[in-house]
Write a protein that binds this ligand. Structure first.
Ligand code: F58
Length: 824
C-alpha cells in the first residue's frame, strides 16, 4: 500500500481510496472472505490489518532507531494495563480515522458498527491499570524509548451482568477469536524457575556461591501489542507474557498411561496467566498471585538483560541504560530477582549488585489504605522463591544494621518498626518497605497524596532519605479521552484554538476567553446535549430506562468501594425522593443519577450497595408521583468502552471519597476535560483540579483531610449524626423496611448497619449534610444554563495540566532522565 507523508505533520496519511483497497485486499488475504460474504467481525479484522500496515512499519522503525542509538529506556512494570479498545485510537493516532470512516462508508459499512466488534482489552481493575495505559500512550507520543511489561491474561476483568439487581460475574474472553493487534514473539521466550531449594556450594577458588535448584520451570511467551504514539512517529511495545508448560514432554508418563498427569502439569503452568485477580484494593496472600508477580518480573528482567547484553559485556552501564518503574508494589519481587541474577548468575559481589539495583528501580505508590499495602507471608516466599527470601533477609539485615542503626543508634523498637520483615504470628514481608529501601525514587500520584506518603505512610523513611520522595500528579491521554471519545467537542476546539491541543492540552486555555460568549456557549451546550442524547439511547438499550437529556446528568463511575462512598450518593438520592414524596412541588430541576461500577466478587458490602442502587432505581423510576423529576440508572459492565460514552455526557462529576483516601483519581480529570463540573471532596487530584479551574467553578463539600483525622482522633460516633439529622435518620431507617424490596424487609439493611454498628469507617454520615446542601447549590447553578455553560467551558479549557504527557515529562525530569529518540 502506497502511503504518502502529510506535509504539516509526520502523520502517515492515507487516502480514502487507498484505505478501501487495503480493506478489500485484507478481507481476502487475511480473513479468507470477500465483500459479499464477510460479517462485521471480518470487516473489523480487515480494517485492523489495513491500519497495521502503517503501524508495523513504524514499529520496526522505532525498534531500529532505539537499537542504533542504544539509548536509555524506561521499563514500566505493571500487573495491569487497562487498554480498552485499540482500533479507533490507533486510527486516530496514525491519522487515518477520517479515511477509514469514509472508506468503510463507501463499502456500505458504518465505522462504529465495525469497531464495535472489538472486545475491550480489560487487563486491569481500575485507575492503576488505566493509568498504565495512558502512560504508554504518552511515552510513545513523546518519542521516549519505553517498554511496558505485564501479563497476557487469558481472561481480563470479569464481565458484569445484573440479575434481579445483583452483580453476577461472567468470564471475559477477550481474545477467544483472535486479536489483530498482537504479535507473538516465540524468538524471545523465557524460562522461569519456581519452588525448590537453595544449595550453598564452594567453588575451586574457595568462594561461596548459592545455587537455586528449582522444583519447576514454566515458560513465558511474549505477545507484543504496538503502542501507537499520536501522529505515529514512534510505535513502542507493550510486551505481555503468557505462561506455558516448559518445553519437555514426559514420554514415560505419557506411555505409562499418565497422560492426564502430563496434562495437569500443562494446566498448572497455564494457570499462571489465566486470569486477572479482580480485587481493586487488596489481594490476600494467594500463592498463584505471588507466582504471577514473579513470573512476569522474571521474564521482563531476562528480556531487559538480553537486550542490554547486545551492546555491553559487563553490568557497569546497566543503570545508565535501564530504569525500571514499579507500578505499585506488585512487581517488587523484581528487586531480589535482579540481585539474584547479578550475584548468582553474573558473579557480581553484593555491593556492586546492590548499587545497580538502587540506581535502577523506582516505585510509584497508589494507595494509603492499610489493607492495600502488600505483605507476603514469609513461609509462602520460602516455598515459592527460597533464594529471593534469603536475599530479602540480607537486604533487611544491612538496612537495619547500617542505615537504621546509624540514624537511631541502639533503638530496637525503631528497627522492629522499620524492618522489611514484620514479626508476629505469621511473619510477613512488607513489600512497600522493600521498595522504599531499594528505590532511588518513590512517588505519590497527586500533590496531596505525595504529602501523605511522606507524612503518614513512610515518615521515618522520609527522615532517612528526604530526597527520594517526589510527586508526579496523574494525567490522562487527551487522544482517547477527548479526541476519540468526543469528536464534536474535539472539532469545536480545532476551530477555536487550532489542532495542536491533542499534544499541548494547555492550548485549550485559548477557549476560556469565549466562556461568556453566547454563541460559543450555545455550541458547547449543544454538543453536551448531543452526547447526552447518545447516552440516553444507550441507557434505554441496556437498562430499558428512559431518561431525558434535558435533566442534569450526575455520574458516579469507578470501582465500588466504601471509601469511594457510592452509598453517600445513594443516601442523597433517598433524601431527594423523600422530599419529592412529601412535597410534590419540591423545587428541584429534573435529575438523573447514573452509576457504573464493578464490585470485587468477594466484597459483600460493595455488592449489597449495587443491589441497593438497583432496588432504589426500580422504585424511583416507576413512581408516577414524582413525575420523572428523579431517575436512577445503574449501567451494567462498566469498562473503558462504556466510559468513553459516559465522560462526554456527564454534567456533574461525582468525586466523593473521604478526604485522604483517594490517592488521585483520574476519572475526575476526564470529566472536567469534557465539560462536567466536579462535586467533590478535598481529596486526591480534586484539590489540583480546583486550583486549575478556580474555586467558583467547582463544588467542594465535606471535611478535608485534617478534619477527617481530627474527628477520628476525637472518637467519631456515627450515632450522633443519625440522631442529629432527622432526614438522615429517615433514609437510613427506610433501608430496613421492605419499601424497596417488597416482601423482603431488611435486604438493604447491611448498608445501614455498616454505617452505624459498623462504625462508619469512611465518615459517610458525617459528610451527609454538607453533601446534600452542596447538591442544592449544584441544582440551582444548573438551572441557570448560561452560568452553567460558562463554568463548564472554563472547566474543559483549564485542565491542560492533567494531560498524561505532562505526567510523563515530570517522570522524565524527576525520575527517569530519558532522551527522546526520533525514528526515521
Ligand atoms: C488507584 N489504585 C487509586 N489500585 O485508587 C486512584 O486514586 C489513582 O488515581 C489510581 O490508582 C492511579 O494512580 C488502583 O486502581 C488497584 O486497582 C490495585 C489492583 C491490584 C490490587 C491492589 C489495588
Amino acid at each position: 500500500m502506497a502511503a504518502k507523508k502529510a506535509k504539516a505533520t509526520n502523520t502517515v496519511a492515507l487516502s480514502k481510496d487507498q484505505f478501501k483497497d487495503a480493506i478489500v485486499k485484507h478481507l481476502r488475504s487475511t480473513c479468507g472472505t470477500d465483500e459479499a460474504r464477510a460479517n462485521n467481525q471480518a470487516w473489523w479484522k480487515a480494517t485492523c490489518a489495513a491500519v497495521n500496515e502503517l503501524v508495523f512499519d513504524r514499529l520496526t522503525e522505532t525498534s531500529k532507531a532505539n537499537a542504533d542509538k542504544d539509548s536509555r529506556a524506561v521499563h514500566y512494570l505493571s500487573l495491569e494495563f487497562l487498554m480498552g479498545r485499540l482500533t479507533v485510537n490507533n486510527m486516530h493516532n496514525v491519522g487515518v480515522f477520517g479515511a477509514a470512516r469514509d472508506a468503510l462508508a463507501d463499502l456500505g459499512k458504518d465505522v462504529n458498527d465495525i469497531c464495535d466488534e472489538e472486545p475491550d482489552m480489560a487487563l486491569g481493575n481500575g485507575g492503576l491499570g488505566r493509568l498504565a495505559a495512558c502512560f504508554i500512550d504518552s511515552l510513545a507520543t513523546l518519542n521516549y524509548p519505553a517498554v511496558g511489561y505485564g501479563i497476557h491474561y487469558e481472561h481480563g476483568l470479569f464481565r458484569q451482568e445484573i440479575q434481579g439487581g445483583r452483580q453476577i460475574e461472567r468470564p471475559d474472553s477477550w481474545r477467544e477469536y483472535g486479536n489483530p493487534w498482537e504479535i507473538c514473539r516465540p524468538e524471545s521466550i523465557q524460562e522461569v524457575p519456581l519452588y525448590g531449594y537453595v544449595e550453598t556450594v564452594f567453588g575451586e577458588d574457595g568462594k561461596m556461591r548459592k545455587v537455586w535448584h528449582a522444583g519447576r520451570q514454566i515458560k513465558g511467551v511474549p505477545w507484543d501489542i504496538p503502542v501507537v504514539g499520536y501522529e505515529a512517529k514512534t510505535v513502542n511495545v507493550l510486551r505481555l507474557w503468557e505462561s506455558k508448560a516448559a518445553d519437555f514432554f514426559d514420554w514415560d508418563v505419557f506411555n505409562a498411561g499418565g497422560y492426564i498427569d502430563s496434562q495437569s502439569e500443562k494446566s498448572q503452568a497455564e494457570a499462571v496467566s489465566k486470569v486477572l485477580y479482580p480485587n481493586d484494593e487488596s489481594e490476600a496472600g494467594k500463592e498463584l498471585r505471588l507466582i504471577q508477580q514473579y513470573f512476569f518480573c522474571a521474564c521482563s528482567l531476562k528480556d531487559i538483560i538480553r537486550r542490554y547484553k547486545r551492546n555491553h559485556s559487563d553490568f557497569s552501564q546497566f543503570s545508565k541504560q535501564a530504569v525500571i518503574q514499579l507500578n505499585d508494589t506488585h512487581p517488587t519481587v523484581a528487586i531480589p530477582e535482579l540481585m539474584r541474577i547479578l550475584i548468582d548468575e553474573e558473579g557480581l559481589v553484593w555491593d556492586d549488585a546492590w548499587k545497580i539495583c538502587t540506581e535502577t528501580f523506582a516505585y510509584t505508590n497508589h494507595t494509603l489504605l492499610p489493607e492495600a499495602l502488600e505483605k507476603w507471608a514469609v513461609y509462602l516466599f520460602e516455598k515459592v522463591l527460597p533464594r529471593h527470601l534469603e536475599i530479602i533477609y540480607e537486604i533487611n539485615r544491612r538496612f537495619l544494621e547500617d542505615e537504621v542503626e546509624a540514624k537511631w543508634p541502639g533503638n530496637d523498637e525503631m528497627k522492629r518498626h522499620l524492618s522489611i520483615i514484620e514479626e508476629g504470628e505469621t511473619r510477613m514481608v512488607r513489600m512497600a518497605y522493600l521498595c522504599v529501601v531499594t528505590c532511588f525514587k518513590t512517588n505519590g500520584v497527586a500533590a496531596m497524596h505525595s504529602e501523605l506518603v511522606k507524612e503518614d505512610l513512610f515518615p521515618e523513611f522520609y527522615e532517612l532519605w528526604p530526597e527520594r520522595f517526589v510527586n508526579v500528579t496523574n494525567g490522562v491521554t487527551p487522544r482517547r479521552w477527548l479526541l476519540a471519545c468526543n469528536e464534536q467537542l474535539a472539532n469545536m476546539y480545532n476551530e477555536t484554538v487550532g489542532t495542536d491541543w491533542p499534544r499541548k492540552l494547555d492550548e485549550l486555555k485559548g477557549a476560556a476567553k469565549f466562556a461568556d460568549d453566547a454563541k460559543f456557549q450555545k455550541n458547547f451546550m449543544a454538543i453536551k446535549r448531543e452526547k447526552k442524547v447518545e447516552l440516553a439511547d444507550k441507557i434505554e438499550e441496556l437498562c430499558g430506562i428512559k431518561v431525558s437529556p434535558d435533566a442534569m446528568f450526575n455520574v458516579l463511575i469507578k470501582r465500588l468501594h466504601e471509601y469511594k462512598r457510592q452509598h453517600l450518593a445513594l443516601l442523597h438520592i433517598l433524601a431527594l425522593y423523600r422530599r419529592l414524596l412529601e412535597n410534590p412541588d419540591y423545587d428541584m430541576g429534573p435529575q438523573v443519577f447514573i452509576f457504573g461500577s464493578k464490585a470485587a466478587p468477594g466484597y459483600k458490602l460493595a455488592k449489597d450497595i449495587i443491589y441497593a442502587i438497583n432496588k432504589v432505581a426500580d422504585k424511583v423510576n416507576n413512581d408516577p408521583r414524582i413525575k420523572d423529576k428523579l431517575k436512577v440508572v445503574f449501567m451494567p459492565n462498566y469498562r473503558v468502552t462504556l466510559a468513553e460514552k459516559l465522560f462526554p455526557a456527564g454534567d456533574v462529576s461525582l468525586q466523593i471519597s473521604t478526604a485522604g483516601y483517594e490517592a488521585s483519581g483520574t476519572g475526575n480529570m476526564k470529566f472536567a476535560l469534557n465539560g462536567a463540573l466536579t462535586l467533590g471532596t478535598m481529596d486526591g487530584a480534586n484539590v489540583e483540579i480546583r486550583e486549575e479551574v478556580g474555586d467558583e467553578n467547582i463544588f467542594i463539600f465535606g471535611m478535608d483531610c485534617d478534619e477527617v483525622k481530627a474527628l477520628k482522633a476525637a472518637g467519631y460516633n456515627p450515632w450522633d449524626y443519625y440522631y442529629g439529622n432527622p432526614e438522615l435518620k429517615a433514609v437510613l431507617d427506610w433501608l430496613e423496611t421492605d419499601f424497596f424490596t417488597p416482601g423482603a424487609p431488611g435486604e438493604l439493611a447491611s448498608i445501614k448497619h455498616s454505617l452505624l454498628e459498623g462504625g462508619d469507617p469512611y465518615l459517610v454520615l458525617a459528610d451527609f449534610e454538607s453533601f446534600t446542601t452542596q447538591y442544592t447549590a449544584v441544582d440551582v447553578a444548573y438551572r441557570d444554563q448560561k452560568k452553567w455553560a460558562k463554568m463548564a467551558i472554563i472547566n474543559s479549557a483549564s485542565v491542560g495540566k492533567f494531560n498524561s504527557d505532562r505526567s510523563i515529562e515530570d517522570y522524565v525530569d524527576r525520575i527517569w532522565k530519558l532522551e527522546k529518540v526520533m525514528p526515521n
